[in-house]
Design a protein around this ligand. Structure first.
Ligand code: NAD
Ligand code: UFG
Length: 338
């Protein structure tokens, strides 16, 4: 069975993808500097699957460390999650984001080319779409300059990978444009464990529910949406993890560089998320309305028909499952992996 290098595999989406890879019989090598994760997630992945993986602690910006992984293991393909993702921090520390996300990705493809490994699945984001596009967003719609440096790094890496692929037909690259990943593995043993104050809606809601935060601030109730709050396409992290397997299988059989939206195609408002969370879990979530957050759009959801048609992928979980599973993880692990 093929050997897959998973950069950033100890993180939220990476750890869920490792489970799917191991369950499908792939050999997994995780390469992660643990800057935003803990090795405990990988212990739990191995417990859940009753299979072992190889963990190498290292940084994608370090050529020697990466080259050594390719020398020591005959890697067939790479799934590249490693990177920084805090939108606010990317505005304060742009160089750290350019270095980790852009320079790190360049180093990764350099090491891949040196090792003659040309199959890559890259974690991109719906943030790369021009904000004037009207949802549902499809892959032919124009990209824009994202409102923050984090999104900008995703756009730049997508463009670099497209040019790389155009320059050498050996490359086979999937650009997966994630919408809003939430939820956790059914076991509740792995999940999202943000450091410090969460930036994203879902971990904020679960931390209020578990008593770690006083109340949720809802950023704006005057958008042109169903109830005035922002609408997003929430996707279960297990469905997202599965999309990586589908993309990997597709890429192992064809060449070139292609983008796929990974979302459910359904939009939910912040109030719908909060209300549904309260209903399905029976826990109140205190909240207040505050001003809009800079850079947010009113509505963003996917046209996922290309992924469904070309990858044979189909999301299995709805909003209620996502909210039950997020809470199941948070209540079993009130302080995350600590
Ligand atoms: P995460 O922070 O949980 O996982 C990222 C992992 O990469 C962490 O384990 C971290 O320690 C590691 N890492 C960071 N910099 C590294 C480096 N220089 N070298 C080696 N390892 C490094 O984040 P996640 O939510 O699992 O996201 C995974 C990927 O998906 C990221 O690239 C992220 O930008 C992208 N993405 C995430 C979302 C989201 O909402 N979670 C949305 C769109 C795209
Ligand atoms: N929101 C709140 N309160 C919070 C957090 C968020 O009201 O405390 C609202 C936001 O205003 C937005 C919605 O909840 O309407 C979702 O916000 P998130 O921060 O969870 O997600 P975003 O859609 O802003 O961003 C996410 C990822 C990015 C990615 C983007 C792609 O965090 O990495 O989706 O669309 F680029």
């Amino acid at each position: 069975m093929a050997k897959i290098l998973v950069t950033g595999g100890a993180g939220y989406i990476g750890s869920h993808t490792c489970i799917e890879l191991l369950d499908a019989g792939y050999e997994v090598i995780v390469f992660d500097n643990l800057s935003n994760s803990s090795e405990e997630s990988l212990n739990r992945v191995q417990d859940i699957t009753q299979k072992s993986l190889t963990f190498v602690q290292g940084d994608i910006r370090n050529a020697d460390e990466l080259d050594r992984v390719f020398e020591n293991h005959s890697i067939d393909a790479v799934i590249h999650f490693a990177g920084l993702k805090a939108v606010g921090e990317s505005q304060e520390k742009p160089l750290i984001y350019f270095d980790n996300n852009i320079a790190g990705s360049i180093q990764l493809v350099k090491s891949m080319a040196k090792a003659k490994v040309y199959t890559l699945v890259f974690s991109s984001s719906a943030a790369i779409y021009d904000e004037d596009n009207i949802s549902p967003l499809n892959e032919q719609m124009p990209t824009g300059i994202p409102s923050n440096n984090y999104g900008y790094t995703k756009l730049i890496v997508e463009q670099l990978l497209q040019k790389l692929s155009a320059s050498n037909p050996e490359w086979s690259i999937a650009l997966l444009r994630y919408f809003n990943p939430v939820g956790a593995h059914k076991s509740g043993r792995i999940g999202e464990d943000p450091q410090g104050i969460p930036n994203n809606l879902m971990p904020y809601v679960t931390q209020v529910a578990v008593g770690r935060r006083e109340k949720l601030s809802i950023y704006g109730n005057d958008y042109d949406t169903v109830d005035g709050t922002g609408v997003r396409d929430y996707i279960h992290v297990v469905d997202l993890a599965n999309a990586h397997l589908c993309a990997l299988n597709n890429r192992l059989q064809s060449k070139g560089c292609r983008a796929w939206n990974i979302g459910t195609g359904n939009g939910s408002s912040v109030l719908q998320v909060k209300d549904t969370f309260e209903q399905v879990n029976g826990i109140p979530v205190a909240f207040e309305f505050v001003a809009r957050r800079a850079g947010d759009v009113a509505t963003s959801f996917a046209d996922n028909s290309r992924a469904v048609a070309e990858l044979g992928w189909q999301p299995q979980y709805g909003l209620e499952d996502m909210l039950k599973d997020s809470w199941n993880w948070q209540k079993q692990n009130p302080n995350g992996y600590n």
